[in-house]
Design a protein around this ligand. Structure first.
Ligand SMILES: Nc1ncnc2c1ncn2[C@@H]1O[C@H](COP(=O)(O)OP(=O)(O)OP(=O)(O)O)[C@@H](O)[C@H]1O
Ligand SMILES: Cc1ncc(C[n+]2csc(CCOP(=O)(O)O)c2C)c(N)n1
Ligand SMILES: [Mg+2]
Length: 281
């Protein structure tokens, strides 16, 4: 049913629903010096769709609440929200607009598992390969570059775009779940911290062999930077999963970066302990 009444009305589904909500806050997640209003709207949807992707779900409905100062173009935020919904085939069904001194965008998404078992942080098992859907650190390198420039270039570089308009790995998450992947997480707070979260939730350890990153991103960006929204997937046959993902990933390649081990105190990168460090609010 179209927008215009006091609530959105949707037809109930017989399948499991996946629900999540995440916000972008001015000065915490972005500055308007280098983010267009439409970038803010687009990214705020993507960070939520990434949570649906991490569980292997299909996004269906999006709710959007935006507030900002009087001279701030909220309609342009909504254009970015609409663009992301269109890109990922989700319906914007409602939301709210208000005024505040700082810009805040809160998005909520309803998705469906569509009869697949949702991937969980708690299901990584000893012997699983750890697969990542692309290199990390790009968003962090992009943020550094944008902050230094203090404005949004007309043609942002690849890492700047990775920060302004990240991708949600929805199809990759879906393919992974279809292929029997039981555990996954999306990397929002840094590969190291989010990997430790899976290890904690699953009661296991890990041994990483390599972490892919591409200049100008550094190893520090790749491990601890955050906001990459790549997926970490845990599957007994990582090489086969990488092959399955090849067809659906745009612009990146999945790689096996290590394996899950039984001892929960083993948390290594190339034999050295990997710090449980990342972005914490
Ligand atoms: N069973 C549940 N009941 C209520 N809320 C839940 C449940 N399972 C997950 N959530 C919610 O889902 C969200 C996911 O948690 P968290 O914020 O740690 O992850 P995230 O959104 O991926 O992180 P980030 O904000 O860094 O992107 C939380 O808001 C959490 O409360
Ligand atoms: C101005 C500015 N300062 C710092 C950062 C970095 N940053 C903010 S939130 C976050 C993790 C994900 O957020 P959440 O856990 O809320 O989903 C990261 C890495 C930024 N993007 N902009
Ligand atoms: Mg998440």
């Amino acid at each position: 049913m179209g927008i215009g009444d006091d609530c959105a009305v949707v037809v109930p589904q017989s399948k499991d629903l996946l629900l999540c909500s995440d916000m972008l806050v001015e000065h915490t997640h972005f500055e308007t010096s280098y983010f267009r209003a439409s970038d803010i709207g687009f990214k705020s949807v993507v960070v939520n769709l990434s949570d649906i992707a991490a569980m292997g779900g299909i996004p269906k409905y999006v709710l959007c609440a935006v507030s900002g100062p009087k001279n701030f173009p909220i309609d342009e935020v909504l254009e970015g929200v609409q663009m992301a919904c269109y890109t990922y085939n989700a319906d914007l069904v409602g939301g709210d607009i208000s005024r505040s001194t700082e810009i805040v965008v809160t998005i909520s998404v309803v998705g469906t598992s569509n009869n697949l078992v949702p991937m969980l942080r708690s299901k990584a098992a000893p012997g699983d390969s750890i697969v990542i859907t692309g290199p990390t650190g790009r968003s962090s390198a992009g943020l550094r570059s944008l902050s230094k420039k203090g404005q949004r270039p007309e043609h942002p570089s690849e890492v700047e775009l990775a920060h302004l308009r990240p991708k949600a790995r929805v199809t990759a998450g879906r393919v992974a779940a279809e292929f029997g992947t039981k555990a996954a997480i999306d990397i929002s707070d840094g590969l190291a911290l989010d990997l430790h979260r899976v290890a904690d939730a699953s009661g296991v350890g890990f041994q990483l062999e390599r972490v892919p990153f591409v200049s100008p991103a550094t190893a520090e960006d790749a491990l601890f930077g955050g906001e990459d929204y790549e997926l970490l997937l845990f599957h007994p046959d990582g090489e086969l999963l990488v092959e399955m993902l090849e067809e659906v990933l745009e612009g990146t390649r999945a790689t096996v970066i290590g394996k899950v081990v039984e001892d929960p105190t083993t948390r290594d990168l190339q034999g050295e302990p990997l710090l449980k460090r990342g972005y914490l609010h």
